[in-house]
Design a protein around this ligand. Structure first.
Ligand SMILES: Cc1ncc(COP(=O)(O)O)c(C=O)c1O
Length: 384
């Protein structure tokens, strides 16, 4: 058991990541002395303005697009709102039908639900037992009133990677805008908007070692969206408001690092994740993997422990390991996540689900500690 000198091993990198030291270093100058407003035409505006444009270039390089196609936002939630509400408002004269999936983050599902309450029709496609969307179902769902398809790049809970490239062929051949929520993928796998064939793509700073409070939306040239905010015209009027220069600089640096180090980082995260999986599977019985065995983020491990409640498991391991549950207890009732429910994970398994996610800084020692703590806790809870 760890003491207070040793905080729990962090295995929740899909929730958020620590700041990379190079990101902190890059941001320092824009905390002080370069405090200026990038819109100022005097001396103090010059460095911040250049820094925002440099960051735009760094994000664009990671995503393989041109810098003007990047719009800085406050978070992935905002990018998703801007993409979905923005297309809905800009294209409502063409149609009112939107296609998405049951396993999207609430930052997509709740936006779609809001639009549904306002006259739009939303098709929420099911997924298979691995969390994969069927491309033929996408094809069958679209019609001449469909204006947007929004399918996430990789799922935050189980890590399943969707066939976005194939869905793009359908969207392109029908002239339908395609958005993907890629909050979980940069730095873990290639996120190339040309290869993916998407028109809009969401990223979030704090999932890739940049600060919270910054995100970006890739908006393919020629695709118009209605802004969520109106103001003084920053970000070409698509997202007005004085830029969060410090965080934008951090996001730019984080994207540069992700582009440089992706292959080695992904291999490291996968090695740590697989070590964690095999260690747990060898130590306790009745464990099942959720998500696709291969088409999966290299860092994500969603495990269900039969007959155990995830909340109790998290409580038991809390001093040793920080992870997330795939089920939450509300007023004595266990509610399983909408993702596990959509995948049809049986309840006696689903309610005992832990989401473990490794990162750039995860060590072998971390994994050994986590395996020991989780295996001990599972045995203890099963013996009660
Ligand atoms: C896939 C996905 N989309 C959107 C979000 C929302 O990100 P934020 O809370 O930074 O807006 C998250 C965060 O967990 C996510 O994993």
């Amino acid at each position: 058991m760890k003491d207070s000198l040793h905080p729990p091993v962090y295995l929740d990198f899909n929730a958020t990541t620590p700041l990379d030291p190079a990101v902190i270093e890059a941001m320092k100058e824009f905390i002080s002395p370069e405090f200026g407003n990038p819109s100022s035409t005097h001396f103090y505006g010059i460095a911040p303005r250049r820094a925002v444009e440099k960051a735009r270039g760094q994000v664009a390089a990671l995503l393989n697009c041109s810098p003007p196609e990047i719009v800085f936002t406050g978070c992935a939630t905002e990018s998703n709102n801007l993409a979905i509400k923005g297309i809905a408002a800009a294209q409502k004269h063409r149609g009112n039908h939107i296609v998405t999936t049951r396993i999207e983050h609430p930052a997509v599902l709740e936006v779609c639900a809001h639009l549904e309450r306002n006259g739009f029709v939303v098709t929420c496609l099911p997924v298979d037992a691995h969390g994969l969307v069927d491309v033929r179902a996408v094809e069958q769902s679209v019609h001449d009133r469909t204006i947007l398809i929004s399918v996430m790049h990789a799922n935050n809970e189980v890590g399943t990677v969707q066939p976005v490239e194939e869905i793009a062929e359908i969207a392109r051949s029908r002239g339908i805008a395609l958005h993907t929520d890629a909050a979980q993928t940069p730095g873990k796998m290639s996120v190339d908007v040309q290869a993916l064939g998407v028109d809009l793509l969401t990223i979030a700073g704090h999932k890739l070692y940049a600060p919270k409070g910054v995100g970006a939306l890739y908006l393919r040239e020629g695709i118009g969206v209605e802004p969520l905010l109106y103001g003084a015209g920053q970000e070409r009027g698509i997202r007005p408001g004085t830029e969060n220069v410090i965080a934008i600089v951090g996001l730019g640096m984080a994207c540069e690092l992700a582009a440089q180090n992706r292959e080695q980082d992904a291999l490291h995260m996968k090695t740590m994740r697989d070590l964690l999986h095999s260690g747990i599977a060898e130590s306790v019985r009745d464990v099942r993997l959720n998500g696709h065995p291969e088409k999966r983020l290299p860092n994500t491990l969603s495990l269900s422990f039969k007959g155990i409640e995830a909340g109790m498991l998290l409580e038991e391991i809390g001093l040793d390991v920080a992870a997330s549950a795939g089920a939450a207890c509300h007023s004595g009732e266990v509610m399983i996540s909408h993702v596990l429910a959509a995948m049809g994970v049986p309840e006696e398994w689903a309610k005992g689900t832990l989401r473990l996610s490794t990162g750039r800084t995860t060590t072998r020692e971390d994994i050994l500690t986590a395996v020991r703590a989780i295996a001990d806790a599972v045995r203890t809870l099963r013996s009660r």
